[in-house]
Design a protein around this ligand. Sequence first.
Ligand code: THU
Length: 159
Amino acid sequence: MNELKITAKIKVCTYDELNISEKKLIDSAKKAVYTSYAPYSRFRVGVAVELENGQIITGSNQENAAFPSGLCAERTALFYANAQFPDDAVEKISIAAFTKGDFSEEPITPCGACRQVIMEVQNRFNHPVRLLLYGKSKIYVIDTIEAILPLSFKLADDK
Ligand code: THU
């Protein structure tokens, strides 16, 4: 039997090592946590999306008493960005999380459903989406969503 080994390329850096536009995107994601509506989990997530037209769109998680009706910050921001600017590719997405009075020590990584949505955006525009995942101790920089969603679902080619 053969074995398929899957590896992920993730750069680990500090805030100071980022360039000005990346710092700005992280700052925007951190600011967006304060717009989160998370009375149930008290876990606030902020996202900033940079489009190819230079626009920065922010979003945050929006919860609901009927739990599945809420939405993660990533999808809130991406769906809004795509609804407002349907022709503009997404260049980068930055994510930050705030809970128990502070930003998370470790970088926040998107949930599976959000990874699938980021993959859709990347495929839709045929343009890699760069991820900047913020943590107080370190930041993960990932050049393409494929790195953290290997073997992703794609509609079968039924030719
Ligand atoms: N959440 C996000 O907004 N993004 C993620 O990638 C993971 C989880 C939200 C959903 C829910 O409102 C809260 O965090 C706790 O799960």
